[in-house]
Design a binder for this molecule. Structure first.
Ligand SMILES: NC(=O)C1=CN([C@@H]2O[C@H](COP(=O)(O)OP(=O)(O)OC[C@H]3O[C@@H](n4cnc5c(N)ncnc54)[C@H](OP(=O)(O)O)[C@@H]3O)[C@@H](O)[C@H]2O)C=CC1
Ligand SMILES: O=C(O)CCC(=O)C(=O)O
Ligand SMILES: [Mg+2]
Length: 745
């Protein structure tokens, strides 16, 4: 293989996207290979990341390289081209399940120490800590985010609108957030006048200094925030909201992002569970402590830990838990058939996807009886929760959005170099005792920002570097120019952090030619209102937002506009010059894996991946001056358009065309486009036979892909698939496989 052969790095991730890759990668390799492009896979699944963390516990054959670290290094090189599929951002219950599966497969990795006591346990806990939550994205996303629905996708949604629940003026659904004592309330922020090393320390009431983070190095012009959430205020808020929901007879639901805010939100989640079941906790606290029950990991943790108890004792606890429901509101359910409630696990309800689903369903969630009902959506932190109340108000007044006429809301999101909450993971602390929580200049001893905190409060530092802000502003201007759409910066001058950002945005906009562009800055709530007024008139508006709103809005609008965020194009122009091409915003869809395993039907839509690959190839073509890559990219774009026109997306129902069938049609149209193009005769000739074989055998291939459906399949694991088994499940058409294998590479 020549050293300078252009290369795409294709990530292997988890769950549904990984299964889809088993079918799609051979297609990609066939097409790219014929054009002289190398496609290298890189396993960043949660299981691979676990194994990479414990080489000392594994045999030589079992060891795997630290691919994430390697990919992180590559993001710094201008030639890097990565296709990044959604991966599991693991909660503790997911991590525990993955560990158990790997141990069962003979890997001598250690148990997860929830409450480490020895040095060895602390070391293990630290290694696992790096795998938990959003561990991949902050490393790879070394650029800002550009997410949008391409025109063809938007037109498809207009022609084939998804279902939308009705909204009524009488809907009782609403958002509840804290009014004081949350991160928004007490936030302090500053732009650094010079490069500084900052220490995070707590000076307790009795004068002791506890260093929580010895040093964070920041540069001149970087923004740094200190914020805390008061435990006392949080508990009072939960109590009041639960009582309000009970009295008014509306269902209670909790929406957090325990994966991305992997330190703070599990704590916030755990408090909700403890308040809801406070009588049972009061009665059994000593036993729960002894058992090491930690409901920050969900009620599932409690149920697992009491498994070891004698049955009478266990049943008494369960009875006491059930009794709490008598004095509490009805809880929203994740899986009513199996009694799985919103409190079961912190990663079952993830706010970016769960709130749009509720809004799409006319403001409803499922109750214990399996019926959709109005719900109180509790999001303690008010900083971003307010946007959801604004859109709910809008729907109550104007009714549900109409996908056939609504405008589109692309996003330009600030996230590079661990911007904002992405960088807070190792700078978030649960405060051990009352005192002053200070940011101190490690060289001069100067106190830069200070907060008065109490035991149990959550205190954190968020930072955003200056260079990513410049890059974000540039990306927003470029998108405004290329799309002709107005850009709104969703920034709230009352929030100290965003006020610092506003100053920079105003300054850096001056570096660009903005003549004729419509660029405005508005607070989040006003931005939402302004955008929605345009949306219902069919007008498009780019949202330029910070990292959390990037995450929230890039599920919210696509889910309303397209039915799923998986149909979106998601590009990360890496600041060092390379590119990362992601697939929509949708997650890794555990429910889809269940359907595949039980019925051999994969409803996962790989459209986002097709769109990402086309841009990746285009970029490769431009940067390497590689005509083949450009032709492949154009042909793939056209093929994706045809796929949408012909409506060959996966069906949700077993027995109909699924992900594999959709990929077959993509390969057919792609080969046909290549065979038909006249720019490169050799490439046309290479693909003509494939186009012909795939077309001639359409009935056979589709039959082979559909007739296997309907019965369970074995993929050899959940977190670590058996590659061969997964290949055979995901590639059941011999005719298709032979046709692909016949292409000369
Ligand atoms: N970029 C990344 O790496 C991301 C990773 N995640 C991770 O994914 C996991 C699950 O996240 P969660 O938020 O619960 O979301 P899910 O993956 O469960 O997605 C929510 C729903 O959206 C629909 N959906 C999502 N993607 C597709 C697709 N490609 N084709 C068709 N439908 C799709 C499915 O609806 P239906 O079931 O009705 O078919 C799915 O159940 C978590 O571990 C999370 O951290 C989440 C977001 C981004
Ligand atoms: O980083 C994560 O954990 C989730 C990312 C996500 O949901 C997104 O980027 O849309
Ligand atoms: Mg998201």
């Amino acid at each position: 293989m020549s050293a300078d052969k252009p290369k795409i790095i294709y990530t292997l991730t988890d769950e549904a996207p990984l299964l889809a890759t088993h079918a799609f990668l051979p297609i990609v390799r066939t097409f790219a290979g014929a054009a002289g492009i190398e496609v290298e896979s890189s396993d960043i699944s949660v299981s691979a990341r676990i194994l990479a963390a414990f080489p000392d516990r594994l045999t030589e054959e079992q060891r795997v390289p630290d691919t994430l670290a390697e990919l992180g290094r590559l993001t710094q090189l201008p030639e890097t081209n990565i296709i990044k599929l959604p991966n599991i951002s693991a909660s503790v219950p997911q991590l525990l399940a993955a560990i158990k599966e790997l141990q069962g497969k003979g890997y001598a990795i250690p148990d997860f120490p929830d409450d480490p006591k020895t040095d060895e346990e602390r070391d293990i806990r630290e290694r696992y800590g790096k795998i938990l939550g959003s561990a991949v994205n902050p490393v790879l996303r070394e650029g800002n985010s550009d997410r949008r629905a391409p025109r063809a996708v938007k037109e498809y949604a207009r022609k084939h609108p998804h279902s939308m629940g009705e909204w009524s003026m009488a809907s009782r659904s609403h958002v509840a957030h804290m009014q004081h004592g949350d991160f928004y309330h007490g936030e302090k922020s500053m732009t650094l006048d010079k490069a500084r090393k900052i220490r995070m320390e707590l000076v307790t009431e009795n004068g002791e200094t506890i260093v929580l983070k010895p040093e964070v190095s920041l540069g001149e012009g970087d923004i740094v925030d200190s914020m805390f959430m008061s435990k006392k205020a949080l508990l009072e808020f939960y109590e009041a909201q639960m009582e309000d929901a009970r009295k008014t007879g509306v269902m209670f639901s909790l929406h957090v992002k325990a994966t991305m805010m992997k330190v703070s939100h599990p704590i916030v989640f755990g408090h909700a569970v403890k308040v809801f079941y406070k009588d049972a906790f009061a009665k059994h606290q000593a036993l729960f402590d002894e058992l090491g029950v930690n409901v920050n990991n969900g009620l599932v943790d409690l149920y697992d830990k009491i498994e070891t108890l004698p049955s009478t004792q266990r049943e008494e606890i369960i009875k006491d838990l059930h009794e709490c429901h008598e004095h509490r509101p009805e809880l929203a359910m994740v899986d009513s058939a199996n009694g799985i409630s919103n409190f079961h696990s912190p990663s079952d309800v993830i706010v970016d996807a769960s709130m749009p689903a509720m809004i799409r369903m006319g403001g409803k969630m499922y109750g214990a009886d399996g019926r959709p009902k109005d719900a109180k959506a509790v999001m303690p932190e008010s900083t971003f929760a307010r946007i959801y109340q604004e859109i709910i108000n809008f729907c109550k007044t104007n009714g549900a959005f109409d996908p056939t006429t609504m405008g589109t809301v692309p996003n330009v999101g600030l996230m590079a170099q661990k911007a904002e909450e992405y960088g807070s993971h190792d700078k978030t602390f649960e405060i051990p005792e009352e005192g002053e929580a200070n940011f101190v200049d490690a060289d001069t001893g100067e106190v830069l920002l200070t907060q008065h905190v109490e035991a149990g409060d959550i205190w954190r530092m968020c930072t955003v570097k200056d260079a990513p802000i410049r890059d974000w502003v540039k990306l927003a201007v470029t998108r405004a120019r290329n799309s002709g759409m107005p850009v709104l910066f969703w920034l709230d001058p009352y929030r100290p952090h965003e006020n610092e950002l506003i100053k920079k945005v105003e300054l850096y906009l001056q570096d660009h030619d903005t003549e004729g562009l419509d660029i405005q800055i508005m607070s989040q709530v006003r931005s939402m209102r302004y955008t929605l007024e345009r949306v219902i008139r069919g007008l498009d508006t780019i949202a330029a937002t910070g990292n959390i709103l990037r995450d929230y809005l890039t599920d919210l609008f696509p889910i309303l506009e397209l039915g799923t965020s998986a149909k979106m194009l998601s590009v990360v122009p890496l600041m060092a010059g390379g590119g990362m091409y992601e697939t929509g915003a949708g997650g890794s869809a555990p429910k889809h894996v269940k359907q595949l395993v039980e019925e051999n039907h994969l409803r996962w839509d790989s459209l986002g991946e097709f769109l990402a690959l086309a841009v990746s190839l285009e970029d490769l073509g431009i940067k390497n001056d590689n005509e083949h890559a450009k032709i492949l990219a154009d042909a793939l774009d056209a093929a994706t358009g045809k796929l949408l026109d012909e409506n060959k997306n996966p069906s949700r129902k077993t027995g109909e065309l699924d992900n594999r069938g959709s990929q077959y049609y993509l390969a057919l149209y792609w080969a046909q486009e290549l065979a038909a193009q006249t720019e490169d005769k050799e490439l046309a000739e290479r693909f003509a036979p494939l186009a012909q074989t795939l077309a001639e055998n359409e009935d056979t291939i589709v039959r082979e892909l559909i007739e296997v459906q309907g019965s369970p399949v074995d993929i050899g694991g959940y977190y670590q698939l058996d590659r061969e088994k997964a290949d055979s499940v995901m590639r059941p058409s011999k005719t298709l496989n032979d046709a692909l294998a016949s292409v000369q590479v």
